[in-house]
Design a protein around this ligand. Structure first.
Ligand SMILES: *Cc1c(COP(=O)(O)O)cnc(C)c1O
Length: 396
């Protein structure tokens, strides 16, 4: 099938919940993907922060091939070695004591919200059901996660949502202090907001949220679905802040391209949960857990993270230089290898111009162009992307 035929079939048979790029990607290798015409694109989206190791990492491919021959799926009614090994790796490298697995970011959020509700009921009584989240947050599309994702175009068509959600202003501790009360069961926050426009949290903000939650007996949930697992140059985005949450959600890069989500928690939270409280048929499938072990092993390596931090500084310098050259660039924000370039106008035409020159980037809100390269990108790749962006921003 050629690209035109694939697009025609998509038009006819696929429910259109996404606006698609105008080409059809057929394969990937390293940090590049190739369309049906054979055109190469430098991929600074990585399947939205999923392909942290790029395309065709030989160790991920080997782990998937080997495990899929041995055992593709077994229900959570049974023990599973790949699942327990992955859980051990995550616990040993984090604040957490226990892991719940699921299949996506939004499911990891649903689990965190349910566990927080149950924990509050068991430990404090029926009144403590409120959630506090933040403006510009993105936590997912299912009903619970959507209820904490305050974008009118996402929420309004699907009301009523779950009751008890309140929204404070990101990086404004006083606004959170006004909303977190003894009726709050949990406060949920992204240490770096991704979809909302790439906004890193101020150090005093996350520290202050920890203190507010402690004062009111509420749980603190860090959503690291996008910013976690090495993206910011530390294994967990919250590490440099010196605060730990009670729960943390992971997904996007964890499975090396296969679907998996994880909700990590302390024993104090885990103690409220019993068999039957939550579950999932596919969760922690042996194949995806084998791939995820490779991902965690590689991105948690100190030399790997050191390299991400160095590349992050290089991206920052390159983007600040770009900003000086283009009056339409208002601000560049980010850490490690997650960056947003905020323009004074819609960045859509710049993204399209990038397509033309063989560069994939995406939006984070209308006026923010977001960069999420694979974590294995090189300085030469960054130079190539910056040169294309220089011409692309000239279009605006
Ligand atoms: C993408 C994302 C989600 C939702 O993940 P899905 O796998 O798309 O359901 C939740 N939180 C954050 C911070 C995300 O970036």
């Amino acid at each position: 099938m050629n690209g035109q035929e694939i697009k025609a079939l998509d038009e006819r048979y696929i429910l259109h919940t996404y606006a698609r790029a105008p080409f059809v990607i057929e394969r990937g290798e390293g940090v590049r993907v190739y369309d049906t015409e054979g055109k190469a694109y430098l991929d600074f989206v990585s399947g939205i922060a999923v392909n942290a190791l790029g395309y065709g990492d030989p160790d991920v491919v080997a782990a998937v091939a080997e495990q899929s021959q041995r055992l593709m799926h077994i229900s959570n009614l049974y023990y599973s070695a790949p699942q327990t090994a992955l859980a051990q790796m995550l616990v040993e490298r984090s604040f957490a004591d226990k892991v719940f697995f699921c299949n996506s970011g939004t499911e990891a959020i649903e689990a965190a919200l349910k566990f927080a509700r149950k924990w509050a009921k068991v430990n404090h009584g029926e009144h403590k059901t409120g959630f506090v989240a933040f403006e510009r947050a993105f936590h997912g599309r299912t009903m619970g996660a959507l209820s904490l994702t305050p974008r009118p175009s996402y929420q309004d068509p699907f009301r009523p949502l779950i009751p008890g959600a309140a929204f404070a202003t990101y990086n404004d501790l006083a606004s959170a202090e006004a909303l977190i009360t003894d009726d709050t069961c949990a406060c949920i926050v992204e240490p770096v907001q991704g979809e909302g426009g790439v906004y890193p949290a101020d150090p005093a903000f996350l520290k202050g949220l920890r203190a507010l939650c402690d004062r009111h007996g509420a749980l603190l949930i860090f959503d690291e679905v996008q910013c976690g697992l090495g993206r910011t140059g530390t294994l967990w985005a919250h590490e440099p802040y010196g605060v730990t949450p009670d729960l943390m959600t992971l997904a996007k890069p964890l499975g090396g391209g296969l679907p998996i989500g994880a909700t990590l928690m302390t024993d104090a939270v885990a103690g409220a949960i019993e068999p039957g409280d939550h579950g999932s048929t596919f969760a922690a499938n042996p194949v995806v857990c084998s791939a995820a072990q490779v991902v965690v092993e590689k991105v948690a390596a100190p030399a790997f993270l050191e390299r991400v931090r160095a590349l992050g500084s290089y991206v920052e310098e390159s983007l600040l230089e770009l900003q000086h050259r283009h009056a339409c660039i208002k601000e560049v924000r980010g850490r490690g290898l997650i960056w947003g370039i905020e323009a004074t106008v819609d960045v859509g035409p710049a993204i399209d111009a990038g397509f033309g020159e063989g560069l994939l980037t995406c939006k984070a809100g209308a006026n923010v162009l977001r960069l999420l390269p694979p974590l294995v990108v090189s300085e030469a790749d960054i130079d190539e992307a910056t040169a294309i962006l220089d011409r692309a921003f000239a279009v605006l």
